[in-house]
Design a protein around this ligand. Sequence first.
Ligand SMILES: Cc1cc2nc3c(=O)[nH]c(=O)nc-3n(C[C@H](O)[C@H](O)[C@H](O)COP(=O)(O)O)c2cc1C
Length: 398
Amino acid sequence: MYYVNPNKIAHNLADAISFPRDLHFSHKTLLQMMKMNELNIGGLSIPTPIIQGGMGVGISLSGLASAVANEGGVGVISAAGLGMLYKAESNDYLANSISGLQQEIRKARQKTTGILGVNIMVALTNYDDLVRTSIEEGIDIIISGAGLPLDLPKYLTPGSKTRLVPIVSSARAATLICNKWLANYNYLPDAVVVEGPKAGGHLGFKPDQIFDENYALEKLIPEVVKAVNDIALLNGKNIPVIAAGGIYSGADIVKIMRLGASGVQMGTRFVTTDECDASIEFKQAYIDAKKEDVRIIKSPVGMPGRAIKSPFLDEVEAGKRQPKTCPVNCIRTCDISTAPYCIIASLTSALRGNFRRGYAFAGSNVWRTNKIIPVKELMDTLKQEYNAYAEKAELVSC
Ligand SMILES: Cc1cc2nc3c(=O)[nH]c(=O)nc-3n(C[C@H](O)[C@H](O)[C@H](O)COP(=O)(O)O)c2cc1C
């Protein structure tokens, strides 16, 4: 028999509250409890509490998303820049991005019966249309950040089953969104993603906060869990908190969940998989990346970002790049007169492996990636590592 510390086993505060203290469990029960708990997002059961982060432009499309969903996680299609990838359809970038999104959702749905999401950045010019299209297509979950999705519930239509998940980088933002949604739409998020400063892509932090321990994911999780649970408990809803940014191994997942997260969102790890929709050159850039190649850059979106150094970024830093025209007006917050380059063009070039014209966004742990494997192998490895670490840690503490 083992003494169980409920705060270590419980996966969120709500569980902890209903979890009787000083209980004793058999070894078998204890081991079962150490297995990854399923994640519940607004009544949707997700067997493996791993969300594959949406990755634009074109890095996570139907191929990667369906593979992750087939392994019991949430597969997420990125809505960013789809008009560039579905260019052949017409000369209208915004219309092509809607048609591209429809096609990607339908393709993914044909390949899986698992849980599928769409990641839609608030900063996208046609945010409204992308959200409406996703709901019309019956997507399971919309995950939305890069700005505060303060009005996301307004797009829900009667009978729609789409769950809404904002991405935040502070407890303050989580509280603001919950209160606004409740006051204006009588709706609370179905889950909240808290993304810390080690993530890849755009970061919701000021440059001086990125390496400041006060903004570390480990510090943010309990703050966001408390903020969200205070509101959730008052309103009789469970709002799981999902943590993102720099999570790499199954052991990391155990540590993160012990801080109160109910699941994780991972991006970088899914790039070096067979099913990732990027070119082999993009994946190779990950495998070749060394620790010192990872950079914080200034993005035309108006936020800092984390990326792998490239000849293109060297030119940007040297002030040798200046966009002459704005081809598609894809981002609300991008100003052609001050933007150092066109982000949609550079990310599309990178997707295809051209690093003279672009760069790869990546998380802080990209330098640890060393091979391209099937999504199934990655998910199985994470589960095995999780179980091994949880078992070891729990037995040591007994
Ligand atoms: C190549 C790349 C592209 C990304 N694009 C987006 C995006 O379009 N929208 C978004 O909200 N997050 C984006 N992200 C962030 C991921 O969804 C995820 O939250 C983050 O990468 C987690 O950190 P990790 O990569 O350390 O696991 C991107 C990340 C990467 C690596």
